[in-house]
Design a protein around this ligand. Structure first.
Ligand code: TMP
Ligand code: ASP
Length: 242
């Protein structure tokens, strides 16, 4: 199908979702747009989309190899990947190993402080409300997900965290925190929960293990330098780019 004839299903801050050719599939197109603080800061950064597409495809494939169910099917080209259409659960699941970002302000913690244990936090996906933090109570009361789904997601998130900590530590990177999204995939009338969205330095905090240099979107949020250089370094360390 010609690109211009494709149907846009949704356009977000960093991606466009097109209807795929096969039923129940979606093409995820990674834009070069960078936003932070809910769109208050904005820039177009040449090359970011392709880097995120590559890093995300690589990490999804690694997780599939350890039997984590995901929406990922295959990379199509430098900027696009094919994924299954899922019903997205409207929650951002934030996994934290080390204090950084919003938890430092909320609980008066020092950036870089190791947390007593891995924390999983819930945020309601709603730009107008600035993605407020919520609890299990809100999620079940408003029927965004049920308790058994939350239990599965919690266990999957811990498994993903343990795997990614090792994978990144092998290439000299510390996983500080990251955000996951999950969706319900329906196949042959059976529903399964799968990891969805993307796994890229837009949604992770990644620090160089030796120097603590930031290699993620904080480079853009905090004006620390060139964001594509940082993402390129992540891709290079992972062996995605030679
Ligand atoms: P936070 O410290 O700002 O709450 O962010 C925690 C992690 O979640 C960090 O790795 C960045 C990621 N994140 C997103 O992917 N999307 C968002 O909208 C926000 C606020 C954070
Ligand atoms: N993803 C959010 C935004 O684009 C917040 C952030 O990443 O800082 O505005």
């Amino acid at each position: 199908m010609k690109k211009k004839n494709r149907k846009i299903l949704y356009e977000g801050k960093a991606k466009i979702l097109y209807k795929g050719q096969e039923p129940n599939t979606i093409v995820q197109y990674f834009k070069d747009h960078a936003t932070a603080f809910n769109n208050k800061k904005f820039a177009i950064i040449k090359g970011k989309g392709a880097l995120n597409n590559n890093i995300s495809a690589f990490l999804m494939e690694k997780l599939i190899s350890i039997d984590i169910p995901t929406h990922f099917i295959k990379k199509i080209n430098s900027r696009e990947q094919l994924v299954y259409q899922v019903e997205i659960i409207p929650i951002e699941f934030v996994v934290r190993n080390t204090a950084a970002g919003s938890i430092c302000k909320r609980l008066n913690l020092k950036e870089g402080e190791l947390l007593p244990r891995t924390l999983i936090e819930y945020y309601y996906k709603c730009d107008e409300l600035n993605d407020p933090m919520i609890s299990e109570e809100h999620i079940t009361a408003f029927n965004w997900a049920n308790l058994s789904e939350l239990k599965i997601i919690y266990n999957m998130s811990i498994q993903i965290n343990n795997f990614l900590i090792k994978l990144f530590s092998n290439v000299g990177i510390k996983v500080i925190d990251f955000k996951l999204e999950f969706g319900r995939l329906t196949k042959n009338n059976k529903h399964t929960l799968v990891l969805a969205d993307e796994l890229s330095p837009d949604n992770f905090r990644l620090w160089d293990s030796k120097t603590n240099k930031k290699l993620d979107k904080d480079v853009f949020r905090e004006d620390l330098g060139n964001i594509t250089d940082a993402y390129y370094e992540v891709a290079q360390k992972l062996g995605i780019i030679k």
